[in-house]
Design a protein around this ligand. Structure first.
Ligand code: AR6
Length: 186
């Protein structure tokens, strides 16, 4: 499914984000930036070991040894990936508490990734469904937060192409229904 917002395009696809040839792809990382399971593991495997080396340098120099805070984003090269760059962001962990706060943090992941991509002069970005795997954020709620934030950004900025890459048909259909509903008010 594809929609046009101002001069931009938002497209939902199902598949593996490590195969997507955009200027950048977004990684649903954890604060260590040292890799993990899910999409994070897949991105590190496909990019090769230099990705971890650069993540370690970012932890040491840019983050002064601290974890990347939830909702923030940093950028590395894509190495062996078809995408030129990877934006690493950390989604909130869902525990059913502080729902508004968790929602805001998830929205920050999308906004900060989009702002970083724009600041670096990039014109295409692909997102996975952040926080809806190991971090257990309910996908219906996450889809609404993600798509609202992307739509708002594309209404305000001239960017290019935004892809949401959903890993299953079930996830794709949830995002599709949510996007159809949100576009009625755009
Ligand atoms: N392409 C696109 N989407 C994928 C892929 C892929 N190759 N692989 C998985 N997904 P998750 P989180 C989907 O768990 O919930 C890691 O260990 C997956 O089906 O990857 O933000 C990190 O290191 C789900 O819909 O990320 C963190 O510790 C979505 O990506 C933690 O998991 C997100 O699932 C982050 O958890």
């Amino acid at each position: 499914m594809e929609v046009h917002i101002q001069k931009n395009r938002l497209r939902l696809i199902s598949g593996d984000i490590t195969k997507v040839k955009t200027d950048c792809i977004v990684n649903a990382a954890n604060g260590t930036l040292y890799g993990g399971g899910g999409v994070d593991g897949a991105i590190h495997r496909a990019a090769g070991p230099k990705l971890l080396d650069e993540c370690k340098v970012i932890r040491k120099e840019q983050l002064k040894g601290e974890y990347l805070p939830t909702g923030e984003a940093v950028m590395t090269k894509g190495y062996e990936l078809p995408a030129k760059f990877v934006i690493h962001t950390v989604g909130p962990i869902w525990d059913g508490k502080d729902v508004d706060e968790k929602g805001k943090l998830l929205a920050h992941c999308y906004r900060n990734s989009l702002l970083l991509a724009k600041e670096k002069g990039l014109h295409s970005i692909a997102f996975p469904s952040i926080s809806t795997g190991a971090y257990r954020f309910p996908i219906e709620m996450a889809a609404e937060i993600a798509l609202k934030e992307i739509i708002q950004f594309l209404q305000e900025e001239t960017f290019g192409d935004v892809y949401m890459v959903l890993f299953s048909e079930k996830d794709y259909n949830i995002y599709k229904q949510t996007l159809e509903r949100l576009m009625e008010n755009v």
